[in-house]
Design a binder for this molecule. Structure first.
Ligand SMILES: Cc1cc2nc3c(=O)[nH]c(=O)nc-3n(C[C@H](O)[C@H](O)[C@H](O)COP(=O)(O)OP(=O)(O)OC[C@H]3O[C@@H](n4cnc5c(N)ncnc54)[C@H](O)[C@@H]3O)c2cc1C
Ligand code: SF4
Length: 330
């Protein structure tokens, strides 16, 4: 592990100033991803700026009636927050579906959104990888790609984003707030992750040195009727091979509002806009749910060993929407 300097930031301008002055410095949240990558020699920061003492650890109501979640709120505190559980239950379920209790006690909201892919070639420095070393190649396309992306990938990278939390935040139109030495900014989560294209190493639209300060959820009454369903190879403590966050508002048997996002199928949490469009105004039944899933998955492009994800996601969508519909009419 490369030697590095460590300091604890006590105010946001101070933290931002350090990264503005030193491009080799990195923020440290819970360290549950960054420190692992440092041990493997994949991340090699010269300086770590620990952000956990910053006053960014609150979940508050916004004046618009939504929620503002501080960037250093731990995954455990987020999942346990009564307003999150009541108004955005899929978010609490998504967070609880991730990692382990100990990891969730350490991991932060900002760090969760910026965690790197779990592609085995990315974490194996003896192998080429376009994300780790631009232009070196992508062995996953012809090699091990059982868990690779089926949506929005490119020949240059087929890795998936591993965050569960990000999937629910995407379904609910979350906005990421950040601070740089030049001031504050914000990015809708839908614009936060860059398309893969031929630059898989450029993962987000955040400016260099930006500190994520909060994630804001706009008010969304439909989110109170939401769920998260994750498929993984073990019952717990495993990353998703496919997941869905969905919210459904049904009146007189017709879909009045719907939100759907997919996880573990793309380089970013994937908002299923085509599925939502297909469902709005249609009867809330199995035929509509299957048509919605098919509309979204029409643009899926699978590799030989991950084609199973297409029917898996279709079944997940139909099952989750059916559960939500039954709950609505109970
Ligand atoms: C064994 C294991 C299993 C896991 N299983 C799952 C799972 O099933 N689902 C899932 O979603 N996740 C899972 N995780 C990942 C875990 O959720 C992430 O490691 C964690 O969320 C990262 O948060 P952190 O605060 O520890 O980030 P760190 O490791 O501290 O940082 C990650 C990145 O974010 C940057 N960063 C941190 N905070 C900020 C900020 N405020 N502003 C700007 N940049 C920042 C850091 O510089 C770094 O680049 C697992 C992890 C492990 C080790
Ligand atoms: S899929 Fe992406 S992360 Fe994995 S080896 Fe290819 S370029 Fe690297």
């Amino acid at each position: 592990m490369r030697e590095f300097a460590y300091e604890r930031a006590h105010d946001v301008p101070g933290a931002v100033a350090v990264l503005g002055a030193d491009p080799e410095a990195r923020y440290l949240g819970g360290g549950t991803n960054l420190v692992d990558l440092m041990k493997a020699g994949i991340e090699r920061p010269a300086r770590l700026v620990d952000v956990r003492a910053l006053p960014l650890d609150r979940v508050e109501r916004t004046s618009a009636g939504g929620l503002r979640i501080g960037a250093t709120v731990t995954n455990s505190d987020l999942a346990a927050h009564p307003e999150v559980r009541r108004r955005y239950p899929a978010l609490a379920q998504a967070v609880l579906a991730g990692a382990s209790g100990q990891l969730r006690n350490m991991a932060t909201v900002g760090g969760n959104l910026l965690q790197r892919t779990r592609c085995g070639y990315f974490t194996d420095v003896s192998k080429p990888c376009n994300k780790r070393v631009p232009g070196s190649g992508c062995p996953a396309v012809r090699g091990e790609h059982r868990n690779a992306a089926i949506l929005g990938a490119s020949e240059h990278c087929v890795a998936v984003h591993p965050s569960d939390m990000g999937v629910a935040l995407t379904a609910f139109d979350a906005v990421v707030e950040y601070e740089t030495a030049d001031g504050t900014g914000e990015l809708a989560l839908g614009d936060f992750y860059r398309p893969v294209g031929d630059t898989p190493h450029l993962e987000t639209a955040l400016p260099a040195g930006a500190l994520i300060t909060a994630v804001t959820l706009p008010p969304a009454p439909v989110a109170a009727h939401s769920r998260y369903r994750k498929v993984r190879e073990r019952a717990s403590y495993a990353f998703a091979i496919g997941s869905v966050a969905a919210a459904l508002d049904v009146r007189d048997g017709v879909v009045r509002d719907v939100r759907i996002a997919f996880g573990a199928v793309a380089s970013r949490p994937w908002r299923a806009r085509a599925a939502e469009r297909e469902l709005l105004g249609r009867p809330a039944d199995g035929t509509s749910f299957a048509d919605a899933a098919d509309a979204e998955l029409a643009e899926a492009s699978a590799l030989p060993h991950n084609a199973y994800k297409v029917p898996l996601m279709r079944n997940l969508v139909v099952a989750l929407l059916t559960e939500l519909e039954q709950e609505a009419t109970r």
